[in-house]
Design a protein around this ligand. Structure first.
Ligand code: IPD
Length: 287
């Protein structure tokens, strides 16, 4: 049967808004939920309730499509080429728990493992980003992204860069991150990139939308999951940005490989990626 992407997109937006009401009216409590792997990998009862609302709605309207959600994921679950909803009910759970309003619902849809529809909604600021592959990316369904026409990306040193610590705070991948962060910040004389600024806001989906918008130039992370990035990836690409691998050398990252590096639209994209890759200290093992 034909897949009506516009209809799916519109339905995803209506669900994101309902989920948003649930999130803004909830009091974050970990109750029986608590943390998943360690003391900083938080999950609240709201994450679980919101995922239930989303999966029930999506499954009842599109029973033949697959569903992958952060809260119901089981180790070993694999994304397939089937039409699949890829959902994070609350991206930025730590922010939600602390009542810092950089929080979103991230609803993605993939076809043949290609991110195809993206809806990212911050219910605290009522900011909605959405895109359908091939049809552009929008803020609040009306304003085309990026917000200003792309300009030249004038070398890594002129970039505002987002990175995230994530919840894995030990081992090789943590070392790669922390060494690279300090190298990015360091002066050129010290072998660094001396970037304009390094930011860690705590929501992968909103970081990708900020790159799509043009506010952030770059966002680099390893360790987050397909549900953190599927929706934002579509929005980024439709705004003219590119997604490459967080490990140097791979211009064609996969949705299920957990290493992502987003670059905003503009001339000089490839040069800035090469410059950044040249500063990455080691290689991520996550994949
Ligand atoms: C997390 C956020 C965070 C990123 C983590 C993600 P969650 O998602 O996107 O910014 O650094 O890797 O897991 O757990 O809040 O849905």
């Amino acid at each position: 049967a034909d897949i009506n992407l516009q209809e799916i997109h519109d339905f995803m937006i209506s669900i994101a808004k309902k989920a948003g009401e649930m999130i803004t009216s909830a009091v974050p409590t970990t109750g029986t939920a608590g943390s998943k792997k360690n003391s900083v990998d938080l999950v609240t009862e709201t994450d679980q309730a919101v995922e239930k609302l989303i999966s029930t709605s999506l499954r009842s309207k599109y029973p033949s499509f697959a569903f992958m959600g952060e809260e119901t994921y089981q180790p070993g679950d694999r994304l397939t080429a089937s039409p699949t909803f890829i959902v994070d009910p609350i991206d930025g759970t730590t922010n939600f728990v602390h009542r810092y309003s950089y929080v979103s619902i991230s609803l993605g849809f993939s076809l043949d493992l290609v991110p195809t529809i993206g809806v990212v909604y911050n219910p605290f600021t009522s900011t909605l980003y959405s895109a359908i592959k091939g049809h552009g990316a929008y803020l609040n369904q009306t304003t085309k992204l990026p917000l200003t026409p792309p300009t030249n990306i004038d070398g890594l040193g002129a970039c505002l860069v987002a990175v995230e610590w994530g919840s894995d705070r030990s081992g090789n991948d943590f070392a790669v991150k922390s060494k690279t962060f300090s190298r990015l910040a360091a002066t050129k004389e010290n072998g660094g990139g001396m970037v304009h600024g390094l930011r860690s806001f705590g929501s992968a989906a909103l970081n990708l939308c900020a790159v799509a918008e043009g506010g952030l130039d770059l966002y680099w992370e390893a360790g987050c999951w397909a549900w953190d990035v599927c929706a934002g990836w579509v929005i980024l690409s439709e705004a003219g940005g590119i997604m490459v691998d967080a490990n140097p050398g791979n211009w064609e990252p996969r949705i299920d490989e957990r290493r992502y590096f987003a670059v905003r639209a503009g001339e000089g994209q490839k040069g800035v990626v090469d410059e950044f890759w040249g500063l990455v200290e080691g290689r991520f093992e996550v994949g």
